[in-house]
Design a protein around this ligand. Structure first.
Ligand SMILES: *Cc1c(COP(=O)(O)O)cnc(C)c1O
Length: 345
């Protein structure tokens, strides 16, 4: 089954002809010997973009998170992060397995927590407690609907963490969405963090990969873990070329995805039984609830199938997520809204 209007995720993109041609023509070498010029270029571009000393190409965003956690934490250390973030739900218990860290979860409405919440979650120095070590921020925040962290909120959390001697990690799977939506530079967003990363395989439209950035010392350690976790590759320039292409061509166009998400939210808001907070749509993710339609979610999704339209289900059984990306055609939002109307009618 293929979905011409696939709003289930911004991972549902295929490399464009321009990207494929960049991949086909990529200069390559042995990445592990630091001899792949395209991988090196992607890493330099990412270090420059994020304002960090160095960067490292990895096979996935998940590996960026788990390597950062493993470097920053000793077994038994505690990571403070929002309760609906990616490592909590979608990394197979990675923090427990790979860094043997415990997680301290903060509840929020929007994914954006405060310095006061961090302050209250920090453990006193007492052998009963895990040792608080790391604070993680997810920007944009996926499960809360692609919410953008205001720079001031990031800085307040960072100041609190620093005051207590904690480290900071940024899950920037969709950092470039936050950058395009807010006008804040990636460099400014990343400045307070010891480590940060961007995903290439989400809105940037690449088939594979993430790039983690930090100090030279952090990246030297990250190389060690890349080998340890089996993520060291060979002529990886073939895939890194997609990343270089994406950073050159697919960043500013994220604004189109954001406009489409807003239009999708407006369209869905006009349908009886569907509730959606249009103002909360800041980037490429629309969270909506179909409780008012009384239709079970699986039936809703099944009825959309013949229209070629797909959304994804969220944790709450009546909630769905629509994500816009570069493979949503120009008539995609109209088609999706019409299909939803038809399947509820
Ligand atoms: C997708 C995602 C990840 C993991 O990235 P992969 O490249 O899929 O491994 C991590 N964090 C967030 C917020 C994500 O959306």
């Amino acid at each position: 089954m293929s979905y011409p209007y696939d709003f289930s995720s911004d991972t549902q993109t295929r490399p464009s002809p321009g990207m494929r041609s960049a991949m086909a023509n990529a200069e390559v070498g042995d990445e592990q010997k630091r001899e792949d010029p395209t991988v090196n270029r992607l890493q330099e571009m990412t270090a420059e973009l994020t304002g960090k000393e160095a960067a490292l190409f990895l096979p996935s965003g998940t590996m960026c998170n788990l390597i950062a956690h493993a470097i920053h934490c000793r077994p038994g250390d505690e990571i403070i992060l929002e309760a609906s973030t990616h490592p909590v739900h979608f990394e197979g218990g990675g923090p427990a397995v790979h860094s043997r860290a415990s997680l301290r979860l903060l509840d929020t409405e929007t994914g954006i927590f405060t310095a006061e919440q961090v302050e209250a979650a920090i453990r006193p120095d007492d052998p009963h407690f895990p040792r608080t070590r790391l604070v993680c921020v997810e920007n944009t925040h996926n499960l809360k609907g692609g919410r953008v962290w205001p720079l001031e909120a990031v800085r307040a959390v960072a100041a609190c963490a620093r005051k207590h001697g904690l480290l900071l990690h940024l899950d920037g799977a969709r950092l470039m969405n936050a950058v395009v939506a807010s006008g804040v530079s990636a460099r400014d967003y990343c400045e307070p963090f010891d480590s940060c990363w961007i995903d290439l395989s989400k809105g940037l439209g690449c088939p594979v990969g993430g790039v983690v950035a930090g100090s030279k010392e952090f990246i030297a350690q990250a190389w060690r873990y890349k080998h340890l976790f089996g993520g060291a590759m060979r002529q990886a320039g073939i895939v890194a070329a997609a990343g270089v292409y994406a950073l050159e061509h697919n960043v500013q166009r994220l604004a189109e995805d954001h406009a489409k998400a807003k239009a999708l939210a407006r369209g869905l808001a006009g349908i009886k039984g569907i509730s959606v907070d249009v103002d909360a749509v800041e980037t490429n993710i629309v969270v909506f609830d179909i409780a008012g339609t009384k239709m079970p979610r699986t039936e809703f999704l099944n009825r959309l199938m013949p229209h070629g339209v797909r959304f994804s289900g969220l944790m709450k059984p009546t909630q769905l997520r629509g994500v816009t990306h570069l493979d949503i055609p120009s008539d995609g939002v109209d088609k999706a809204v019409a299909a939803v109307r038809a399947c509820l009618g």
